[in-house]
Design a protein around this ligand. Structure first.
Ligand code: MSP
Length: 510
């Protein structure tokens, strides 16, 4: 059976409008999933919605809806958006689904039976906004919002017991938490003793959650519930074969949820006797026009705004921008000017222009048929070798989950093909040395076809259009060999794949 690969996004809360932040994690996970499919692997790509908890309950009340009705609306909205952006997820899990609730209750019961969960009294600070118990120190420093004094009896998970095992695991598996700075952050955090984790909320205070299987007066803490989606979706306890095929996963997350994923989640798995994830990759943050996006500033760029940009330049332009310029290792700024500028530079000038030029010349001088390569000279041999090197580099960056580097690598190759054409001037050669011109155009087109195949996960629509223009009977979705472009094929109808965006339109807000 083919090698399997399992990748996840966080489950998005259903109390906020989806914005560029939520789409970023989803897009890079999608691109990684698609590359693994191109390698012929059996991929399971999971995303979904996190639907329990106080904030959802409050958001529903505000809209005069039941929590379930509210969740339905949002879950559908997320699904519509992911389908708009051509996200190729294999499953979409909602934490209110029966298949998930069953797993949460099973795991809780197991931990309770093993003495990993106990009941205790708590008196101290609680942040209503963050749904968290807050230490004296954090409260004094004003780290959390809407903090109240409460006194409550709750259930606790013995997370403190897993500190040393977790440190050992992180040290023995250098790729477990990525990138390196996040790994160091967690190792730093684990220098102090770990507290046990409060994993219940009394129903009297919060009804919208999964009931504890051993005490009907309580529901689970929303994180304990949500993290388990990563095993409930691939069939833990229900479809063992499927679960074994896919687990362990690669989790793509944002830096905001590092501790829950790198401390709570592995401790829960260790307590339940389940293998730990393969890797957790925490990316940085998008800012908006130079500022942190926040509710109080009201500067979240929501996905409806992005859809209106896509009306001008296509959805692939957004996927491309996210992949190439996104905050994978450090924060990155989203501005309209930067978005359209990247589009013009890379897609209109480099890729689009190259397609136009080569197609036009082949139509004009070769009756629209791919000219034969003849005997490749040193320069063309170099381009073929460079293509192979790009493919190998892309596959290496894929292992490192470095989507930025993958895209940069391919577009740099496309630029080099442009330079090759400038230097060879096939438009002049066509008159003086038609064989040489044919060879140059063949090499240019072979390089384009190769690049388009490799860019498919980033530009699924445009590369499909490219292949239909090429008329070779091929569809994108697999890696091709440079030299397999067939001479003699009659090119299809030409279209401008990436028309230039007039930057003046930004001033007029058109
Ligand atoms: N529901 C939890 C996750 C549970 S996972 C078992 C949650 N949801 S969230 O809706 O707040 O989404 C958080 C994720 O959205 C972040 O981890 C990150 O992936 C993404 N982003 C949210 N804002 C972002 C930016 N400004 N920039 C980049 N990504 C951001 O936390």
């Amino acid at each position: 059976m083919n090698q399997s690969f399992y990748i996840t996004t966080p489950l998005y809360y259903v109390n906020d409008r989806p914005h560029i932040g939520s789409s970023y994690t989803t897009l890079i996970a999608d691109i990684i999933a698609m590359y693994h499919r191109m390698k012929g692997e059996d991929v399971f790509f999971l995303t979904g919605t996190d639907e329990h908890g106080q904030k959802v309950q409050q958001a529903a009340e505000k809209n005069n809806l039941s929590p379930a009705e509210h969740c339905d609306i949002y879950a559908e909205r997320f699904q519509e958006l992911w389908s708009y952006f051509n996200i190729s997820n294999d499953d979409f899990i909602r934490t209110t689904e029966a298949r998930h609730i069953r797993v949460v209750q099973d795991v809780m019961q197991t931990l309770y039976d093993r003495g990993e969960i106990y009941k205790d009294d708590y008196e101290g600070w609680y942040s209503v906004a963050d749904e968290m118990f807050v230490s004296e120190k954090d409260h004094a420093e004003g780290k959390y919002r809407d903090v109240r004094r409460i006194s409550e009896t709750n259930y606790y998970f013995r997370m403190s017991a897993y500190r040393q095992r977790l440190i050992d695991h992180i040290r023995e598996h250098p790729g477990f938490i990525r990138p390196e700075n996040r790994r160091n952050e967690i190792l730093g955090f684990l220098k102090q003793p770990l507290k046990d984790l409060c994993i219940s909320r009394p129903k009297a205070r919060l009804a919208w959650g999964i009931e504890l299987p051993f005490d009907e007066d309580y529901v689970t803490y929303v994180w304990f519930d949500a993290l388990l989606n990563y095993i409930s979706a691939p069939g833990y306890g229900a479809d063992e074969e499927k679960f074994r095929r896919y687990w362990p996963a690669v989790h793509m997350i944002g830096k905001d949820i590092l501790t829950t994923h790198c401390v709570y989640w592995p401790s829960m798995l260790m307590a339940a006797g389940i293998e730990l994830p393969e890797a957790i990759f925490a990316h940085g943050w998008w800012t908006s026009e130079g500022k942190k996006m926040s509710k109080s500033l009201g500067n979240f760029i929501d996905l409806e705004t992005i859809q209106s940009h896509c009306d001008h330049v296509g959805k692939d332009a957004y996927r491309y921008f996210m992949a190439k310029e996104g905050p994978l290792f450090s924060d990155s700024d989203f501005s309209k000017a930067r978005f359209y500028h990247t589009y013009n530079m890379d897609l209109a000038n480099d890729f689009g222009n190259l397609v136009n030029r080569i197609f036009k010349l082949i139509k004009k001088y070769y009756d629209g048929k791919v000219p034969p390569p003849g005997t490749l000279q040193e320069d063309e041999q170099e381009m073929k070798k460079a293509a192979e090197a790009v493919r190998d580099a892309v596959m290496e960056h894929l292992k490192a989950l470095d989507v930025n580097a993958m895209v940069s690598e391919i577009i740099a190759y496309v630029s080099s093909v442009n330079r090759y054409l400038e230097q060879k001037e096939p438009w002049k050669l066509a008159k003086s040395d038609p064989d040489a011109a044919g060879r140059v155009l063949y090499a240019g087109l072979a390089s384009l076809r190769f690049s388009a195949a490799l860019l498919y996960p980033v530009l699924p629509e445009k590369t499909a259009e490219f292949f239909s223009m090429l008329n070779s009977g091929e569809k994108p979705g697999r890696i091709v060999r440079w030299e397999d472009l067939s001479a003699g094929t009659e090119l299809g109808e030409m279209k401008a794949l990436f028309p230039r965006f007039d930057m003046k339109r930004l001033e007029t807000n058109d």
